[in-house]
Design a protein around this ligand. Structure first.
Ligand code: ADP
Ligand code: MG
Length: 728
């Protein structure tokens, strides 16, 4: 048996099958079938089934394509087989457009025939309610039983342009062959995508629509395209993510190799639980977790499909910019200024060109021309001016990208200009991208888009700038070190597990302060020494044992934000002062309806920036880690960064440095710089804790008081809420 052979080759019995191999196996019956059957080709030439069949034939697919119709007969001299079983040769791929009620039976026949990939175009499944959902389940069960992979149901098929042109969809539109893999959860967008992409001269390696995505999903194709030499760029239109964590894992790796662009449709349900903690509230307030996920995975999100294709046109034809400094050359001063303004809006710089560049430009431009940047050649410029200016500017080491603008020129045509710029682009030159915008000419330049796009051209300069800025963002991602998720030796996992299990056993939702501190200690997270006292006298004794200044905190059932209720007193000195404070605190809390059950006494930690680090375990995304400006003002400041676990050391550093209040940690107004590495380590250890213990629904470390560099960071208040996760 071939399986035994494969196993014999794999070391230690581990699976030798990688993500990529698995994905290739999944997608090859679709993208590389040896033969095809279209099931549901009717005698009516306008039916979707007939159109789909005809599209495949018109695309000159070089291997057998069978047409199936339950009544048999012929259509335009093509034999119609009554069932897929009757097709004279083997069938790899079956495309199904029969009434919904007949789909499961048809799938069964395909299974018997040995079909490997089934595309169900028919609608009337989970998108229509309970009955449809049942039908989808049955369909999937048949596919599983026969080992068939399923695309759809309720999809509009696909087009693949490599290795053969296979146009397996029913609209009269089709893409140009090229290097862009497009995956869409909506099939209906296909025709519009083809039209817009064709206009840009942007070719596709494939367009895949999966409809209800019962089986094959975006991840399968992302994995295949990762190693596909015919796909340089991956475009996604998504409405939902099946498994966000797996998506993050795979996409973050692939996007280091090839850009992944995404448009997300639909309101995102972020799976938030009702928040009981600061962290929960902060995550809720910080925007969509989908955006967090995309950013963490290095995906470039655009607002519209058109913008995504505009960006694709840049990335498939031009090098990825290494920085954000832009040169602008124009024959219309106003256009140059508007474009420079747009650069500022989108975070691009327009630096003054080097002296050498300016001198070189002066040599051929008119004396009235401006050569600093934007370079304004004036309306009277001639064709060679533009080409020469572009040639000089792309060689200026001080810019990372060039925008060529032109208002309708006086002495030459835009096609002539396009040819000149193409020639410059083709010359041996430093690797910086060139983008073009021809103002006022809504059509694209024929020269630039005919056949294959070579330089992207946009009708509005602002579009050119926005698109370039997105390419810059991708460039930043490429330069960012990948980072690692550190393994911390010495974490006491089994003790943590028992602590959680015994707390859950007693039905406790909130860990007691001692348990919370123990849990943190098991994960190597430093917490302030905390003495427990059951009376004012005991608190006083604890204070004198600790010595120095202390902090007194009241403990009462349901008392959550202690300082709001006057249950925190800082800077107490000695026995008498502590006793007095404790008695007063108990009285005050009792008056407010909180019966004090005890006190916590802690040494007073020297002051430093207060930071919150927390976790909220999201139903869909798993543990979400937060770092922000902490202390009692946390909700007021709302200065927070959010990441989905697992997080890398690079993520953790970024979480800290992206805070608005980061300067407070680096030595603000004469304060000593804080121990940022210690804070980073706490973030990473908290992420490890949350990853290991799914019952931790919410965790708040607020505040962590960050000490001067080299002196650590210490948790003075920790709250942990447990919830039995459905996964455990
Ligand atoms: P709560 O969040 O329930 O109001 P905290 O324990 O966080 O109570 O304390 C509130 C504030 O008191 C903290 O933000 C911090 O400024 C200060 N504080 C608390 N414990 C200490 C300590 N051990 N050392 C120094 N300051 C502390
Ligand atoms: Mg607190």
């Amino acid at each position: 048996m071939p399986f035994e052979l494969e196993l014999a080759h794999s070391p230690n019995g581990a699976s030798a099958v990688s993500d990529a191999d698995e994905a290739t196996k999944t997608t090859s019956p679709f993208l590389r079938p040896r033969s095809i059957a279209v099931i549901g080709v009717s005698h009516n030439q306008d039916s979707l089934g007939s159109r789909l069949f005809q599209n495949i034939i018109d695309g000159s697919f070089p291997r057998p394509v069978y047409a199936v119709n339950k009544s048999g007969g012929t259509i335009r001299e093509v034999a119609l087989y009554r069932s897929v079983i009757d097709c004279p040769g083997p069938v790899d791929l079956a495309l199904v457009i029969v009434p919904a009620a007949a789909v499961v039976q048809t799938a069964e026949e395909c299974g018997k025939k040995g079909v490997k990939g089934l595309v169900v175009i028919t609608a009337g499944f989970s998108e229509t309610g309970a009955e449809g959902s049942e039908r989808q389940k049955d369909l999937l069960a048949v596919c599983r039983r026969y080992g068939m992979r399923l695309m759809g149901p309720n999809c509009s098929g696909f087009v693949s342009t490599h290795p053969d042109f296979l146009n397996a969809q029913f609209t009269p539109y089709k893409p140009l062959p090229g290097k862009v893999g497009f995956f869409s959860q909506s099939g209906a967008l296909g025709a519009a995508v083809f039209e817009y992409a064709n206009r840009l001269g942007l070719g596709l390696s494939a367009f895949i629509s999966v409809g209800n995505e019962a089986d094959v999903s975006a991840l399968d194709f992302i994995r295949v395209w990762k190693d596909d030499d015919n796909t340089d760029l991956i475009l996604l239109y998504l409405e939902s993510l099946g498994d966000p964590r797996e998506f993050l894992r795979v996409a973050r790796e692939v996007s280091k190799k090839k850009p992944i662009l995404v448009v997300k449709g639909g309101r995102s349900t972020t799976g938030l639980r009702a928040a009981h903690s600061h962290t929960g509230a902060l995550v809720e307030g910080s925007g969509s977790l989908i955006d967090t996920l995309f950013a963490q995975a290095g995906l470039v999100r655009t607002d519209t499909l058109e913008e995504m294709l505009d960006l694709a046109a840049l990335l498939v034809t031009q090098p990825v910019p290494r920085g954000n400094r832009v040169g602008i050359v124009t024959n219309a001063g106003g256009a140059g200024i508007l474009t420079a303004d747009a650069c500022e809006e989108f975070g691009l710089e327009v630096p003054e060109l080097s002296q050498a560049t300016q001198t070189a430009l002066r040599a051929f431009l008119r004396p009235e021309a401006s050569v600093r940047n934007p370079v304004d050649m004036l309306a009277s410029s001639v064709l060679t001016d533009s080409a020469s200016a572009a040639r000089v500017m792309v060689r200026d080491a001080g810019i990372d990208g060039l925008i060529v603008l032109s208002a309708p020129p006086l002495f030459f045509t835009l096609d002539e200009l396009s040819k000149k710029i193409l020639a410059v682009d083709g010359e041996e030159r430093p690797k910086i991208p060139i983008v073009i915008s021809f103002l006022g000419s809504f059509g694209m330049s024929k020269v630039l888009t005919d056949g294959m796009a070579r330089i992207p051209c946009y009708p509005i300069p602002r579009m050119a700038v926005q698109t370039l800025s997105r390419a810059v963002a991708y460039g930043r991602w490429l330069q960012k070190p990948p980072g690692t998720v550190p393994a911390f030796p010495g974490i006491r996992r089994s003790e943590s597990r028992s602590l959680i299990d015994s707390a859950s056993e007693f039905g406790r939702n909130w860990l007691s302060p001692e348990d919370a501190n123990s849990l943190l200690a098991f994960y190597g997270i430093p917490t302030v020494k905390t003495a427990k006292a059951s009376s004012a006298d005991e608190a006083a004794r604890a204070a004198s044992e600790l010595g120095g200044k202390v902090v007194l905190k009241g403990v009462a059932e349901g008392l959550v934000h202690k300082s709001d209720e006057g249950a925190v007193r800082v800077g107490l000195a000695g026995e008498a002062e502590t006793r007095e404070a404790a008695e007063a605190m108990a009285k005050r809390l009792a008056a407010a309806g909180h019966e004090v059950t005890g006190f916590l006494v802690q040494p007073m930690i020297p002051p430093g920036p207060e930071v919150i680090v927390g976790v909220t375990n999201n139903l869909a995304f798993g543990p979400v880690v937060v770092c922000g400006a902490g202390g009692v003002l946390v909700e007021l400041l709302k200065d927070v960064s959010v990441r989905i676990a697992p997080i890398t050391d690079v993520d953790a550093s970024e979480m800290i440095s992206s805070l608005k209040t980061y300067p407070a940690l680096t030595g603000y107004r004469g304060a000593p710089p804080s121990d940022v590495p210690a804070l980073r380590e706490i973030i990473l250890r908290v992420a490890a804790l949350a990853n290991d213990l799914p019952e931790v629904a919410e965790l708040d470390l607020n505040p962590i008081i960050v000490q001067p560099f080299g002196s650590g960071a210490i948790v003075v208040d920790a709250r942990v809420r447990l919830e039995r996760s459905s996964k455990t």
